[in-house]
Design a protein around this ligand. Structure first.
Ligand code: C5P
Length: 209
C-alpha cells in the first residue's frame, strides 16, 4: 500500500470517532467514518432509494476531509442527521447482509486515496487488512451509554438498551461478525479521558510512522 492508513475500530460510543478525528487533525490525514456508509444505506432504504443507484447517479457523495467525513445527498449535508441513534439501529440491520457488505467494502476502499484515519467495525479486519497501524477501542457498555447520554440527553436506559442491542447484532451476525483484528492494539477506554486515549494512540503511531 502506498498510502498510510490508520484503522480505529470499536463498538458504538466507545469514543473511536472523537479519537480518530483528533488523530486525523494531528497527522493531517483525511478522516473516514465508515459507519456513515451503513447509516446512509439505512437512511435511503427507509425512503425506498437504493444506495448504489444514488451513488451512480451522483445524488449521493462522501467527502473525506481532515477531521471530518461529510455525506451530501441531493445537495444537502445529511451528516448530522445520520448520526442519530435511530439511524444507527437501521444501519446495524442493513450491515447484517453479507452480499451488501462485500459491495460496501469495495466502495469504502475506493474512497480512500490519501493517507487516512479510517474508523468503524471492520476497518482493520476487512477494509484495510494491511493497514499501517490498527487500534481497537472498547469501553464498558454503561460508560458508553453515559457518554452518549451526555451528548444526546435522551433517556439513559433507552440509550443503554440501544447500545446493547447494537453490540449484540454486530457481534452475532453470521458473516463478518464484529471482532478486533488479531494485530490490533487494544485499548480499554472505560477509565480514560479522551485526551489520554489520543496520547496513547499517538505514542504508538510515532513509533511506527
Ligand atoms: O460506527 P457507527 O455506530 O456509525 O456504525 C453504525 C452501524 O453500522 C454499526 O452498528 C454496524 O452495524 C455498522 N458498521 C459496520 N461496519 C463498519 C461500520 C459500521 O458493520 N465498518
Amino acid at each position: 500500500m502506498n498510502i498510510k492508513v490508520i484503522t480505529v475500530d470499536g463498538p458504538a460510543s466507545s469514543g473511536k470517532s472523537s479519537v480518530s478525528k483528533e488523530i486525523s487533525k494531528i497527522l493531517g490525514y483525511v478522516y473516514f467514518n465508515t459507519g456513515l456508509v451503513y447509516r446512509a444505506i439505512g437512511f435511503l432504504k427507509a425512503k425506498n432509494i437504493d444506495f448504489f443507484e444514488a451513488i451512480k447517479e451522483n445524488r449521493l457523495f462522501f467527502e473525506l476531509l481532515i477531521g471530518q467525513t461529510k455525506v451530501i445527498f441531493e445537495n444537502e449535508d445529511i451528516t448530522q442527521e445520520l448520526t442519530k441513534e435511530y439511524i444507527g439501529a437501521l444501519a446495524s440491520e442493513v450491515a447484517k447482509e453479507p452480499s451488501l457488505r462485500e459491495k460496501v467494502i469495495v466502495f469504502q476502499r475506493s474512497l480512500v486515496k490519501k493517507n487516512a484515519v479510517v474508523e468503524g467495525r471492520d476497518a482493520g479486519t476487512h477494509i484495510f487488512k494491511d493497514a499501517t497501524i490498527k487500534f481497537f477501542i472498547d469501553a464498558d457498555p454503561k460508560e458508553r451509554a453515559l457518554r452518549r447520554y451526555l451528548e444526546e440527553k435522551s433517556s439513559y436506559e433507552d440509550i443503554l438498551n440501544a447500545i446493547l442491542k447494537r453490540d449484540e447484532t454486530d457481534k452475532n451476525r453470521k458473516d463478518y461478525p464484529f471482532r478486533p483484528a488479531e494485530d490490533a492494539i487494544k485499548i480499554d477506554s472505560t477509565c480514560m479521558t479522551k485526551e489520554e486515549v489520543i496520547n496513547l494512540c499517538m505514542d504508538y503511531i510515532k513509533k511506527v510512522l
